[in-house]
Write a protein that binds this ligand. Structure first.
Ligand SMILES: [Zn+2]
Ligand SMILES: [Zn+2]
Length: 341
């Protein structure tokens, strides 16, 4: 039996839940969970904001642990190895996206917490091709958030072949944004942080930003007109997007990794006049996750984390829901990491 924590209804508190995962499938690995980050998508799924949730719902898709068992067809992973698992747990391996190594874009990709049980548990299972080994130099206790938040902001740098020296801005310095600043700085970009919080402006500089702009100061945002090659939006609230489009250089890109539920209110004229683009992307493929982990190890990039015990799971979720996380909350079975919050 797997001991987990599940929501039993939309918006419900998580309670202890045991389930029998059955015989281990030949392509699956079973991971003994050591740590698991809490992502905003876990909250969205608990609350059924996307209409995808099935209850009991075991959230958790920023898993770090050790391989506990492997199916007969598993290649490249061994029992005892330390690994991570993110948003996807399986892919079709036969569509054009899968053939092009864009597994993250596979229309049949399975979400770790969509129709299957995730990592708020002592164990979790996934297809071995969605599980990535943790390289030397990546600290396991804080690595969980790299597998969803981290890869989500790293992936666009690879997809759009962003060059060192590019001027890049990040909107929102939270779970995603604080990782984006670190990746961009190490990538060689000139980095600007747009944030509404004065205390976060100072922290943004410490995380790697060269400049900060108060995003609530419309005048300041307007003054940035024509400045950026790329703006990454990590927020899930509606902003005056046209001001950010105008902040792009000709051929610049406003890229969304944070999902606002409201439709984007963007004038076509701002795009047409300077051949600008708007775009979005989800998490990355396993290959890009591997690339991100190597890059993070090389440049000493790690999520800033706060730890909660699994038994305090509802308190931890509340902490995230209230926007208090600095910057990512991780549930852990390692008692030595816990501090009073
Ligand atoms: Zn996530
Ligand atoms: Zn596919």
């Amino acid at each position: 039996m797997i001991k987990a924590y599940a929501a039993f209804e939309a918006g419900g508190e998580l309670r202890a839940y045991e389930y029998d995962p059955g015989v281990l499938a030949s392509h699956d690995v079973e991971i003994s969970v050591e740590h698991c980050g809490i992502c905003h998508s876990d909250l969205s799924m608990i609350n059924n904001e996307w209409g995808l949730s099935e209850y009991p719902l075991v959230p958790g898709h920023e898993v770090v642990g050790t391989v506990n068992a492997i199916g007969g067809d598993v290649r490249g992973l061994a029992v005892g190895q330390r690994v991570g698992l993110g948003w996807h747990s399986d892919y079709c391996f036969s569509c054009s996206s899968c053939h092009e190594e864009d597994h993250n874009l596979c229309g049949s990709a399975q979400g770790t917490i969509v129709g299957r049980h995730g990592g708020f548990a002592d164990k979790v299972r996934a297809d071995y091709r969605s599980v990535v080994a943790l390289p030397e130099g990546v600290e396991p206790a804080s690595a969980g958030p790299l597998f969803c938040g981290g890869i989500t902001v790293f992936n666009p740098l690879v997809q759009y072949d962003i060059q060192a020296g590019a001027k890049v801005a990040v909107i929102g310095i939270g779970g995603l944004g604080h990782l984006a600043l670190q990746f961009l700085r190490a990538w060689g970009c000139e980095v600007t942080a747009f944030t509404s919080s004065e205390s976060k402006q100072i922290e943004a500089l410490a995380l790697g930003a060269h400049h900060t702009v108060n995003s609530t100061d419309k005048q300041a945002v307007k003054q940035a007109a024509g400045s950026f090659d790329l703006i990454l939006s990590t927020v899930n609230v509606p902003l005056s997007w046209n001001n950010y489009v105008e902040a792009l250089k000709p051929k610049g890109r406003l890229h969304f990794v944070g999902a606002t539920l409201e439709p984007l209110n963007i004038s076509a004229f701002g795009l047409i006049s300077a051949q600008r683009s708007i775009s979005g992307s989800p998490v990355g493929s396993p290959a890009t996750i591997k690339q991100m982990l190597t890059f993070a190890a090389k440049h000493d990039i790690s999520p800033r984390t706060e730890y909660f015990s699994f038994v305090d799971i509802n308190k931890a979720i509340q902490h995230v829901a209230e926007g208090k996380a600095r910057y990512r909350v991780v549930l852990t079975h390692d008692q030595s990491l816990l501090i009073q919050v």
